[in-house]
Design a protein around this ligand. Structure first.
Ligand code: GCB
Length: 586
């Protein structure tokens, strides 16, 4: 599956905009069979939860989206597809009365071949059921509970609101009968010569011609479904200085062009050596953020204005990288990162594989995470599927340098190694070119973690000075340094601090170490940075979080998580200036 694009042989019709909308209450059987009742309309792309008044934050289960669309008259002799960039967390799609595709997993694309189901020129009704339910067989996992008063509740172990809906674009697109079905590109360096290896999968029989274009000129060419193009004195894709070539694949039947597909290619290498992460053979130090796709009103709906503004703010702080915590972001985000030289840690939605995450803080009874009742072989199968779909979607992005396969699992528990070892192996098979990491939870120090040695890079989330030693920077500093040195001593590989931060109310000020104040957040960052500069193996710092974000109901959070260095509407707190000073070395 390749992303839909327009080329001389391919067309797209975008279906974003207002769709008819119905939260499922069970009153309408088979809602796809007629026009949805009621007058609600919901924008696509957007989370539906915060659009309506009162909000649909408590809605559990399915909602229905529907619209009519005319299949372009000129789309004969083509195959016709519909593609959803995501449906969170499960989607089922009907064309008129017929089910055409079902997909589970809320952050990755899926498509359906409609060629036999629609005719060019015909108007059809598209109905999509989107389900927000999380169970122990979805990634992220969750549990549906009914309390003693009959109230149904969605429980989950991750710290962001379970926004749902059609968060990304919906498109109709065409593919020729003989078509490029997949392209895999890897790049290498041989001195100053760039090596672009490609592998094209095609439907049908055709001659394959491949060109690497540098602006309008050819930088090299090759033929055949698999090959290599060598580029003398290649211009490299560098962090902060992206350079992209265009790989053009053309399929021919004699002299007739059957299909043309193009994709941007950045020539770069990434490798772990000792305690260093090398990009283009040079040590790279990450500065930046763990983020969320999160904004007022739209929730997790992709929006180019918010996206570009976030990148601008990150650039203003002097950051060079970010992590797609805690799920794969819209492809537009990675395309932008490719074009602008951002370095990305690409994360799966496997967050909350830990039943003891709150218990660790509050001293609750231990519950086994890796057991038949929770993370079992079916959870693992769903996790494997997400890895396959993630690598398939993002494998060709030069900005992606590291896969993060899970956030804060119960990696000290029985069964953790058995659960994760096959996933690490699968990721290496899917992509032998990129290193792999995970993020380790504060409550799992190096002495008790059972999986760290499986990974090339160890990601750490640490909150000494917040969840532990709150108001006590002195002890937090000692503890942090001692622990980082222990990780370094035991594992002798790169360490990345992938989360560190404090909840902070914008506008709350203090002269001392007063938690929740802007000065406290800023002082916390100063403390961490002093320690980082004393630990050799520490190869990067990404703060938690870029901006304040929405969370589920609970007394633990006041109007969401406030660890942003920007507010939810993207105003800087003092800490944003502190980071800027450090990262821009001012
Ligand atoms: C974490 C999680 C992140 C939370 C954060 C916090 O360790 O990875 O999802 O939001 O802590 O603020 O507690």
């Amino acid at each position: 599956m390749v992303k839909p694009i327009e080329t001389p042989t391919r067309e797209i019709k975008n279906l974003d905009g207002l769709w008819r909308f119905l939260p499922d209450t069970g009153d309408v059987a088979e809602p796809w069979k007629a026009v949805l009742p009621g007058s609600l309309e919901c924008p696509v792309p957007a989370s539906y939860n915060d659009i309506f008044v009162p909000s649909l934050r408590e809605h559990l289960g399915k909602v229905w989206y529907q619209r009519d669309v005319r299949i372009p008259r000129g789309w004969s002799d083509q195959r016709i597809f519909i593609r959803f960039d995501s449906a969170t967390h499960a989607g089922e799609v009907y064309i008129d009365d017929t089910l055409v595709v079902k997909h589970i997993g809320g952050y990755l694309p899926f498509e359906a071949d409609l060629t036999q189901k629609v005719k060019p020129g015909q108007q059809v009704r598209i109905t999509v059921g989107v389900d927000n339910t999380l169970t122990n067989e979805t990634i992220p996992p969750g549990q549906l509970l009914t309390n003693q008063y009959g109230k149904k509740q969605q429980k989950y172990w991750h710290d962001f609101f379970n926004f749902a809906g059609l968060h990304r674009s919906v498109r109709l697109f065409t593919k020729p009968l003989i078509a490029v079905e997949d392209v895999t590109v890897t790049t290498d360096l041989d001195g100053s010569t760039g090596v672009v290896n490609y592998n094209v999968k095609i439907a049908g029989d055709a001659r394959v011609e491949v060109d690497l274009l540098d602006v309008d000129q050819s930088a090299g060419s090759s033929s055949g479904a698999k090959g290599s193009i060598r580029v003398k004195d290649a211009k490299l894709w560098q962090p902060g200085a992206a350079y992209l070539y265009t790989l053009r694949v053309r399929l021919y039947n004699n002299s007739t062009l059957d299909d043309e597909y193009t994709l941007p290619v950045g020539i770069r290498t990434v490798r772990v050596e000792g305690t260093q992460i090398l990009i283009n053979n040079k040590p790279f130090y990450f500065t930046g953020f763990g983020k969320h796709e999160d904004a007022p009103v739209k929730g997790k709906g992709h929006d180019d204005a918010w996206m570009v503004h976030d990148f601008e703010l990150m650039k203003w702080t002097g950051a060079n990288s970010f992590r797609t915590s805690h799920y794969p972001y819209a492809e537009d985000v990675l395309d932008y990162a490719d074009r602008h030289g951002w370095v990305v840690i690409d994360e799966t939605p496997a967050v909350g594989l830990n039943l003891n995450i709150g218990g660790g803080i509050f001293g609750l009874d231990f519950k086994p995470t890796f057991s038949e009742d929770f993370a079992n072989s079916r959870t693992q199968a769903a996790h494997k599927q997400v890895l396959r779909e993630l690598v398939q979607r993002d494998k060709n992005h030069p900005s992606v340098v590291l896969w993060c396969i899970t956030n804060e699992p119960g990696s000290n528990e029985d069964g953790a190694r058995e659960y994760f070892e096959p996933l690490v192996k699968l990721t290496r098979e899917l992509d032998p070119t990129r290193p792999i990491t995970y993020t380790n939870l504060q409550m799992v120090p190096p002495e008790t973690d059972r999986i760290a040695d499986l990974f090339d890079v160890i990601g750490l989330n640490r909150y000494f000075g917040w969840y532990e030693f709150v108001g006590d920077f002195h002890s937090a500093e000692k503890k942090l340094e001692a622990e980082l040195l222990e990780w370094e001593r035991r594992f002798k590989r790169p360490l990345l601090m992938l989360e560190y931060g404090t909840d902070t109310v914008a506008g709350l000020h203090s002269t001392g170490e007063t938690p929740w104040s802007e000065e406290y957040q800023s002082g916390f960052y100063d403390l961490y940075h002093r320690v980082f500069d004393r630990v050799e193996a520490l190869r990067g710092e990404q703060v938690w979080n870029f901006a304040d974000f929405a969370t589920g109901p609970g007394i633990f959070r006041v109007d969401g998580n406030k660890k942003g260095v920007f507010t939810r509407d993207r105003k800087p707190k003092l800490a944003a200036h502190t980071l800027r000073k450090r990262w821009l070395k001012q």
